[in-house]
Ligand binder design. Structure first.
Ligand code: PLP
Length: 350
């Protein structure tokens, strides 16, 4: 992870700082341990998605500034109680925050403003700026940063929508610059850092690249996936031609076969789309195809051509056979696979 952090830093100008995204339990890697590591290695801010995720970090000793990307109105009191910095994206949640602050004795409270510039997900629109400034005037709320999110940062060439988003973002920046020159600005996620380094502004927000992925083969080679997912064969069966495997008998042995049972299932994040000969795992350095439907607690692989025994190790993904390759075989992406790895999968930190 330090390697990935340093590689990202090498792409940034000396004034651009890093917001490290540890939402969704640090993309499945364990938000508490990852945040402790990031805190020791100096990132400007840590980001989570919900107030509850921020609360868990505070309860486990994380002292860094924490930005909450997607707080909802029921979480406003959590923001105050745990000193979390909300990203405010609508009139409604801004008014809720002001209400809550009136009840407190705080004299200053930081917030970030999220603008919708074309992704059409959360965010204020450009023409709400007048209302925002009038509403914030003479309150204890301090705008720390203003940001937006690109729809297509994975595209190497800037699309016309991205161009529009950049223009709108710069217009927003111009409006606020005169009011308060101290406000910071940010637009890029991980892919943005690689594809559009000239749009760095004051911060970049990186998640997936900290964990070793870039959404692009050219950049992947500079990053190191930080986690392996391994398991062990718990049983082996010898099948005759015509025997079937798993629920609904979706796999039938065409010849005498050997199959191994691996104790990971859709409850562990290996979704049903990985089954029925779509994805492979690695046993004794050989590919073993997942056969039949994935079950809740296990899946089966064809080991007819692999000399292995019960108890042998199984690699689902590691640095070489990355989570992004494994995801691709089932038509999904590293983000979804990593963040779906279930709670009961034991995380070991080396
Ligand atoms: C999750 C998230 C990010 C991080 O994106 P990566 O592609 O993982 O780098 C950045 N910004 C916002 C607003 C996010 O929600």
């Amino acid at each position: 992870m330090l390697h990935n952090l340093n590689f990202l830093k090498s792409k940034l100008s000396s004034k651009t700082k890093i917001i490290a995204v540890v939402k969704a339990d640090a993309y499945g890697h364990g938000a508490i341990e990852i945040s402790k590591f990031l805190e020791q290695n100096g990132v400007a801010l840590i980001a989570v998605a919900s107030g509850n995720e921020g609360k868990i970090l505070r309860e486990n000793g994380i002292k860094s500034n924490i930005i909450v990307f997607y707080p909802n109105i029921t979480e406003v009191s959590v923001m105050l109680k745990y000193s979390l910095e909300p990203a405010i994206y609508s009139k409604k949640i801004l008014l809720c925050l002001l209400d809550e602050l009136k009840k407190s004795s705080l004299t200053s409270f930081p917030l970030h403003l999220k603008f919708n510039t074309g992704l059409n997900r959360l965010g204020f629109s450009y023409n709400e700026i007048g209302w925002i400034n009038k509403t914030l005037d003479k309150t204890c709320l301090k705008i720390k940063s203003i940001y937006s999110h690109l729809s297509s940062s994975e595209e190497k060439k800037i699309s016309s929508l991205t161009n529009t988003q950049i223009k709108v973002f710069n217009k927003i920046k111009d409006r606020f610059k005169n009011i308060n020159p101290k406000i910071k600005y940010h637009l890029l996620n991980s892919s943005g850092v690689f594809n559009y380094p000239h749009l760095q502004y004051d911060f970049i927000r990186t998640g997936i690249s900290l964990y070793g992925y870039s959404n692009n083969k050219d950049w992947d080679k500079y990053l190191l996936p930080i986690a392996d997912l391994t398991s062990k064969i718990i049983q082996i069966h010898n099948l005759k031609k015509g025997d079937s495997v798993g629920y609904n008998s979706t796999w039938i042995a065409k010849k005498k076969s050997r199959i191994a049972i691996i104790p990971l299932g859709h409850a562990d994040g290996i979704g049903r789309n990985f089954g029925n000969s779509k994805a492979c795992v690695w046993i004794k350095n050989k590919k073993a195809k997942i056969v039949g439907n994935i079950c809740m607690d296990m899946f089966m692989v064809d080991i007819s051509n692999i000399n292995c025994q019960e108890g042998d190790s199984v690699i689902v993904f590691d640095t070489k056979n990355s989570a992004s390759k494994f995801s691709e075989s089932a038509g999904t992406i590293s983000y979804e696979l990593l963040s779906s790895i279930g709670k009961r999968v034991n995380r070991k930190y080396l």
